[in-house]
Design a protein around this ligand. Structure first.
Ligand SMILES: NC(=O)c1ccc[n+]([C@@H]2O[C@H](COP(=O)([O-])OP(=O)(O)OC[C@H]3O[C@@H](n4cnc5c(N)ncnc54)[C@H](OP(=O)(O)O)[C@@H]3O)[C@@H](O)[C@H]2O)c1
Length: 339
């Protein structure tokens, strides 16, 4: 349903109705000529997103923490989609220097024009660890790494006519908190709480980025999506590595009942491609408790929309990553003069 339809309904109603309509991967449409980067796409949901995008004609860059995994993942996409244009780059999100190098490589591979960035990679339930910069691992990989990558890819994104950034969160963000002014240095550590908090940070970042784009009248859309509950090894592999085998096996027995990565990719793909999407929208599966189902626009926890928390996280992230989003982006990137 588009605003041009003669239903007499006001625009926001039409858009709301459109986001409740049945949507499947077939609605992605033709993505020929568009370039997309998906982080954490050597396995799990990210791999499925990369495959769907390639199937619809996008040129896809798989960003992974290991070059061998990236090459294998790219070959797997080529095997499934004969016409796929796919490359891989190394992007270790815990290492800011690596992230900046990865951004440079992406800019060169895409000739400086990027249409879509899907910030999907994550760690969950890892034992307490700090990055070389001293930041807690969940916060560093799941949020700060993506903040840095997005910041460095901004010039390329702003060279595309309708660029999008999709941050992948979780229904578990409802359990997340902005516990202190120091989310990067928690006083008391709990592995799952650290994951929940990082998934809340993904949503706060989306709101910060969409507000930044709106302030500067940029065509950039920042959106969030969550995949529901998915049969991947997220969390369980970290628990096994930490010798918490009983907890890992319990999680695996639940994961075996959850929906497949290919289907779980749909909310991310809808956020990435739906023409009715607006800045700051959040997509998730429309079934019971948002565990699975066709993607619809979903509600975020109130604390994910808290203006003070959004501003605090934005400032802290700029300070910790030493990357500042420009106060005044170049005139050439403005809506009235798309590149
Ligand atoms: N599975 C679920 O039930 C579920 C539910 C809600 C939300 N989610 C969200 O969905 C997204 C994908 O999860 P998934 O289930 O597909 O997870 P997964 O199968 O464990 O895959 C995680 C991906 O993240 C990458 N990654 C991990 N640490 C990294 C680092 N330091 N630097 C760069 N990449 C790194 C991994 O690549 P390497 O192997 O190269 O490290 C891998 O490709 C995450 O944002 C997660 O929070 C998942």
């Amino acid at each position: 349903m588009r605003e041009s339809d003669s239903t007499g309904l006001p625009g926001p109603w039409l858009r709301w109705r459109a986001t409740r309509e049945l949507w499947t991967a077939a609605d992605i449409g033709d993505l020929s000529g568009r370039a997309a980067v998906v982080t954490g796409s050597c396995r799990g949901i990210g791999a499925a997103v990369a495959e769907h995008l390639a199937r619809h004609g996008a040129r896809v860059i798989i960003a992974c923490s290991s070059s061998a995994h990236g090459r294998t993942a790219a070959a797997a996409v080529r095997q499934k989609v004969a016409s796929a244009q796919v490359d891989s780059v190394v992007c270790e999100l815990a290492e800011p220097t690596q992230v900046r190098q990865c951004a440079d490589q992406i800019i060169s591979l895409t000739a400086g024009r990027l249409d879509l960035l899907v910030n999907n990679a994550a760690v969950a339930a890892v034992p307490f660890a700090r990055t070389a910069d001293g930041n807690e691992m969940h916060f560093a990989v799941n949020h700060l790494g993506h903040f840095t990558l997005t910041g460095h890819l901004l010039p390329a994104l702003l060279n595309a006519p309708q660029p999008r950034v999709v941050n992948v969160s979780s229904i578990l963000h409802w359990l997340g908190r902005c516990r202190s002014d120091r989310p990067h240095l928690p006083r008391r550590y709990h592995r799952w709480r650290a994951y929940f908090d990082s998934k809340l940070a993904n949503l706060l970042f989306t709101q910060g980025l969409s507000a930044w784009a709106d302030t500067h009248e940029l065509p950039l859309l920042a959106l969030s999506a969550h995949p529901g509950l998915v049969n991947t090894t997220l969390g369980s592999s970290a628990l096994h590595a930490d010798r918490r085998h009983a907890e890992a096996r319990l999680l695996e027995s639940m994961q075996a009942r959850w929906h497949s990565p290919s289907h779980a990719a749909w909310p991310l793909l809808r956020a990435a491609t739906d023409a009715n999407a607006a800045n700051g929208d959040f997509y998730g599966p429309g079934g019971r408790w948002e565990w699975s189902g066709t993607p619809v626009r979903v509600r975020a926890a109130h604390r994910a929309l808290d203006a003070r928390a959004i501003a605090r996280l934005w400032d802290l992230s700029q300070q910790l990553t030493r990357h500042s989003f420009p106060v005044s982006p170049t005139q050439s990137a403005r809506k009235d003069n798309p590149a």
